[in-house]
Design a protein around this ligand. Structure first.
Ligand code: CDP
Ligand code: MG
Length: 133
C-alpha cells in the first residue's frame, strides 16, 4: 500500500471546503491515516517548494501559504500518489478538468486548494518533513 502527503491549503480552510475535499478523497476509497492542522513557516516552505524558489511568483506563494492554517494529511491506498494527483486536477486551474477538486473549486493557479506529492521520493520526503514518520 502506497502513502502520499496531501495538504489542504489556506484557501481550502478559509473557504470551508475541508469537509467536501476530504469527502472526495474518502469517496474515492483512499484512507486518511494521519492528519493535523498547523501554520507553515517560511523555512518549511522554502524546503517544500525548493523547485520554485527562483520563480518571480515565489513571494506570492509564501504570502498565500503562510496566510492561515493548512491541514496536512497522510493518505494511503493503491497507487495513491498518482490517484490523488488525478482527483486533484492540473496545477493551472484552466487546465484542471471539471470533476477534479481544482477544476470544480479553484479559479486561481496559486490559490489552488490542495497539494499532493508527485512521486514516491517526494511523498517519502514530505511525510518525513511534516509528520516525522
Ligand atoms: O501543486 P502542483 O504540484 O500541482 O504544482 P507545482 O508546480 O509543484 O507548484 C506548486 C504550487 O505553486 C502550485 O500548486 C501553485 O499553488 C503554485 N504555482 C503558482 O502559483 N504559479 C505557477 N505558475 C505554478 C505554481
Ligand atoms: Mg508539486
Amino acid at each position: 500500500m502506497q502513502k502520499t502527503y496531501i495538504m489542504l491549503k489556506p484557501d481550502a480552510v478559509k473557504r470551508g471546503l475541508m469537509g467536501r475535499i476530504i469527502g472526495r478523497i474518502e469517496d474515492k476509497g483512499f484512507k486518511i491515516v494521519n492528519a493535523k492542522m498547523f501554520t507553515l513557516t517560511v523555512a518549511q516552505l522554502e524546503e517544500h517548494y525548493a523547485h520554485l524558489k527562483d520563480k518571480p511568483f515565489f513571494k506570492d506563494i509564501v504570502e498565500y501559504m503562510t496566510s492561515g492554517p493548512v491541514l496536512g494529511m497522510i493518505v494511503e491506498g493503491d497507487d495513491v500518489i498518482l490517484g490523488m494527483r488525478k482527483i486533484m486536477g492540473a496545477t493551472k486551474w484552466l487546465e484542471a478538468d471539471a470533476g477534479t477538486i481544482r477544476g470544480d473549486f479553484a479559479c486561481s493557479t496559486t490559490q489552488n486548494l490542495i497539494h499532493g506529492s508527485d512521486s514516491e521520493e517526494t511523498a517519502e520526503a514530505e511525510i518525513k518533513r511534516f509528520f516525522g514518520e
